[in-house]
Design a binder for this molecule. Structure first.
Ligand code: HEM
Length: 485
């Protein structure tokens, strides 16, 4: 094998990588030392802006295989045949902390899948929780500010975390979930994934259905108690990354079974609560889960920066047969992600290998911009319409149109007969065993007791009491006991 030669970025051989060039022995450095200048300058530019949320994460490649026929509900090509396989990339993440944060923390986990389908990339950007804290995207920046490090103290502040929630009664369901047993997954392999929002499927006949996605882990659910998590973070802050990397390197490929709940579009208007409300689940008794297929992760990325840090998922990347619902949160996300990618990675982020379609051809009139590597042939026109047989529209929308009515305005999402902020939080609480309830209350009291303002604590307690009087009473008592300690 020929010896590999160290080169500069322009490919010239490097004579010395141990000593920089000086004016004489012991003299100052020379500006002509191209290797030194380039090496230092490049090093200064290694970091790009981290994601404003979900900064810390881990990713892997794999495939999705259809196991059950769902063609009655969607015309999506990658779901068109039992046995069909589609390549994918999945990135897991924590939400609130920065890139250097720890893995084993109480926080939702991201579950973002990019399916490289023959009809374009389909991104399903979900979490390990079926619901979320808020239901209007205008609240998202405030919510995230309250959960991330405080601009003065530089720490996550219980005062901020709970103050925001005290003003957001709709968060009670997700808070009950997060402070319960599933709030700290033992690893990324041992948790479920959810699309969380309601999406729309459209079949060949143009009929519309609303769907919710559930990826159930085949490894079984495993979680950490608050004490186990503290120990884990101390021993290995990158515990989830380590676990995923090593499992796949050992050939222990994690997998998830995808189920969907399907609601015929006509049933949405009269459902007893708003089916597009992200703070609520659809009871399985109303819409049972139906199996769709199996997601397997079987290959680690070769380079974390190139493939995980530069991975860009957008809930607006749909394929024929799949589209958005009118969920206001989802609608807000349809804008936010690609905008974040343009800021973080640039306008041509879709040309990076991890983001570029693998099984679909990109053919359009988008051109240029920073770092453009994709362009047409020399005969291609860069405008449309044209007389030169350039790519043309299909006139076939990806999904069915959504009905609308009324006037423009800053409206709350419509309330259905059973809608309130608390009933599903109460149902979740009552489903828990006595031991689970005790741990939930202890976890909540651990955080709430650090809040400096009594009125914030009182408001939080009133939300838990509205979900279930016993829940509110126990949290109040546990907080009082800790504060008197
Ligand atoms: C209106 C509400 C939301 C807004 C404005 C928002 C915005 C963002 C932004 C700007 C990013 C960073 C993207 C990047 O730099 O690559 C992000 C990441 C992410 N968000 Fe959201 N988000 C919202 C709600 C949600 C919800 C409800 C979920 C889950 C159901 C979610 C799941 C994720 C995930 C998994 C990532 C990380 C994707 C990756 O691995 O690269 N977000 N979000």
């Amino acid at each position: 094998m020929s010896k590999r030669v160290l080169t500069t970025e322009s490919g010239a051989p490097v004579a010395d990588n141990q000593n920089s060039a000086t004016a004489g022995v012991g003299g100052p450095l020379l500006l002509q030392d191209q290797h030194l200048l380039e090496k230092l300058a490049r090093f200064n530019r290694e970091r790009i802006p981290e994601r404003v949320v979900h900064a810390r994460g881990s990713g892997a490649y794999g495939y999705f295989e259809v196991t059950d026929d769902v063609t009655a509900f969607t015309k999506a090509g990658f779901l068109s045949e039992v046995g069909k396989r589609t390549d994918l990339f999945l990135r897991f993440s924590t939400v609130a902390d920065s890139l250097g944060g720890s893995d084993a923390v109480r926080d939702p986990r991201g579950f973002a899948v990019k399916f490289y389908t023959e009809e374009g990339n389909y991104d399903l950007v979900g979490n390990n929780t079926p619901v979320f804290f808020i239901k209007d995207p205008v609240k998202f920046p405030d919510f995230i500010h309250s959960q991330k490090r405080d601009p003065f103290t530089g720490r996550q502040e219980p005062d901020n975390v709970f103050d925001f929630w005290a003003h957001s009664p709709e968060a009670t369901h997700q808070i009950t979930w997060l402070f319960g047993d599933r709030g700290i997954p033992a690893s990324y392999r041992h948790m479920d994934g959810f699309g969380s929002h309601t999406y729309q499927w459209t079949n060949e006949a143009g009929e519309a259905f609303f769907v919710k996605y559930h990826f159930k882990t085949n490894q079984g659910i495993r979680c950490l108690s608050a004490e186990q998590a503290a120990e884990t973070v101390g021993a290995d802050a990158t515990s989830h990354q380590t676990d995923l990397l090593q499992a796949i390197e050992r050939g222990v490929n994690p997998s998830w079974t995808l189920y969907v709940q399907i609601m015929p579009a006509a049933e949405a208007a009269d459902y007893r609560f708003n089916p597009f409300d992200l703070t609520k689940v659809w009871p399985h008794a109303d819409y049972p889960v139906q199996r769709v297929g199996r997601l397997v992760l079987d290959r680690n990325p070769d380079n974390i920066f190139a493939e995980v840090e530069q991975a860009a998922f957008s809930p607006n990347n749909f394929v024929p047969g799949i589209g958005p619902s009118p969920d206001k949160m989802l609608q807000g996300r349809l804008f936010a992600y690609a905008d974040a990618h343009r800021y973080r990675l640039g306008v041509n982020h879709t040309q990076l290998p991890v983001n570029a379609p693998k099984h679909a051809v990109v053919d359009n009139y988008g051109r240029d911009g920073l770092m453009a590597t994709r362009y047409g042939s020399r005969h291609d026109k860069n405008y449309e319409p044209n007389s030169y047989a350039g790519p043309a529209q299909t006139d076939v929308p990806l999904s069915a149109p959504l009905p609308v009515n009324g006037h423009t305005g800053t409206h709350e999402a419509p309330l259905h007969v059973k809608d309130d902020h608390f009933f599903q939080a109460g149902e979740l609480y009552r489903l828990m065993s006595e031991d689970e309830k005790k741990r939930l209350v202890a976890n909540l009291a651990g955080g709430l007791s650090q809040v400096s303002r009594e009125d914030v604590i009182d408001k939080m307690v009133s939300h838990f009491a509205a979900a279930d009087p016993d829940y509110g009473k126990r949290v109040a008592e546990a907080v009082r006991a800790l504060r008197e300690d």
